[in-house]
Design a protein around this ligand. Structure first.
Ligand code: ACO
Length: 361
């Protein structure tokens, strides 16, 4: 039977999957992961506990956390053992494209499961960030947590407790977020019966765009430009007049402030003071006022990327490392959705509405 077509450009309000993994209440500003609110996850679960929850619905926080920590440590060590092959596949590319190419050099074979991929991402991302600075990679320490070891592999030297906790909070905060563009890409690929590596590589391709996970680098570019200009209100008014988007603001689902923004801002304040914070707060206030005036019918508020930029900068990560670091955290969610899609989903195959010419009779 032919169903009449109505195009949902951008798929707003289209529900394309049932999921037990995460839920966003865009009106209340809530993110729920398997029945738990984000602050609880950051406080009690960490990266490893969140992975146990997402992949296995295992909420026994401390024992599961240790089990996943060991498995991830082993996966990072295994990735390091073949790092030269992965790095060779990413030669000449910037870190986010290098991460995409390096992960694509893995096989869709069964052995490259979710744990192997989630361990490989930080090893490869850290090596690519060091390569960009002309430095050799640092081997992982399998006994550390994913967050602490990722920082260590980027910067060298075991990070202090505050920095480790901040990276852990960041990676936990961004672990999963409903059917965002990159997660949907992963589910589409998984729905065809293709492997986890292919699905994660597709997701990363979607993540890197500036309308999704590519925004935090441009947030810092914007703050630099505003600092040079000297007048946030005028710079913002001029940008909006030109039809430009303010990076770090607006969201497809949230009609209020993204709850992740406040968590990351609070984490930022646990670190040594970021000299940009005062300017960023002034820019945020000016941007919210200007956006409310420019788009009165569309509530545009601060999204996760605004304070991500400051937090990752405070942790000593160069701006070209922001999106790869996002991927290191979000890969947990991608893998959870790949597993769920395999368990419960069908081939994802929507229709298009043909608006081209018909053949002449
Ligand atoms: N600055 C200025 N105007 C904006 C912004 C912004 N940040 N965001 C949306 N608008 C405007 C649009 O220009 C549009 O105006 P119009 O109706 O007059 O054409 C209106 O608000 C609605 O915008 P849409 O593009 O329909 O909204 P959509 O839901 O597709 O956009 C998005 C969401 C892509 C995040 C958008 O808000 C944006 O571009 N933000 C800036 C980039 C960014 O911060 N990305 C990170 C998002 S968080 C994440 O993915 C992890």
């Amino acid at each position: 039977m032919n169903v009449p077509l109505k195009t949902a450009n951008g798929l707003d309000h289209v529900i394309a999957a049932d999921t037990e993994l995460s839920h966003i209440d865009g009106e209340a500003g809530l993110l729920i992961i398997r029945g738990r609110e984000l602050p609880e996850l950051v406080r009690d679960f960490s990266v490893e506990g969140t992975i146990a929850l997402l992949w296995e619905n295992d909420a026994a926080a401390s024992s599961s956390r240790l089990r996943i920590q060991r498995a991830l440590g082993a996966a990072r060590a295994a990735a390091h053992a073949r790092l030269s092959r992965l790095l060779a596949a990413s030669g000449g590319l910037d870190p986010v494209e290098g991460l995409r190419s390096g992960l694509a050099a893995l096989s869709d074979d069964e052995r490259e499961g979710e744990m192997a991929l989630t361990g490989a991402a930080p090893v490869l991302a850290a090596a690519l960030l060091r390569r960009a600075r002309g430095l050799a990679p640092i081997a992982p320490d399998p006994n550390l947590t994913q967050g602490a070891d990722y920082l260590r592999m980027i910067r060298g030297g075991t990070p202090d407790a505050e920095d480790s906790a901040a990276m852990d909070a960041y990676l936990t905060t961004i672990a999963d977020h409903g059917l965002n563009a990159s997660t949907f890409a992963a589910r589409i690929v998984a729905s065809t019966g293709s492997g986890s590596v292919s699905a994660v590589v597709a997701a990363l391709g979607a993540l890197k765009g500036p309308l999704h996970g590519g925004a935090p680098g441009p947030v810092l570019d914007m703050l630099d430009a505003i600092e040079t200009h000297g007048d946030p209100e005028r710079w913002i008014a001029h940008a909006l007049e030109k039809g430009e988007r303010l990076m770090g603001f607006g969201h497809r689902i949230y009609r209020v402030r993204d709850p992740r923004a406040d968590i990351l801002k609070a984490v930022l304040k646990t670190l040594k003071p970021n000299p940009r914070l005062a300017l960023a707060e002034r820019v945020e206030a000016a941007a919210l006022k200007a956006l409310a005036a420019a788009k009165p019918d569309r509530r545009l508020d601060t999204n996760v990327e605004f304070y991500t930029a400051l937090l990752l900068e405070s942790l000593g990560i160069a701006r070209q490392g922001f999106t790869p670091t996002f991927a290191v955290g979000r890969i947990a969610g991608w893998c959870a959705h790949i597993l769920e899609q395999r368990r419960t989903g069908r081939l994802i195959r929507p229709q298009s509405n043909y608006i081209g010419p018909m053949p002449k009779a």
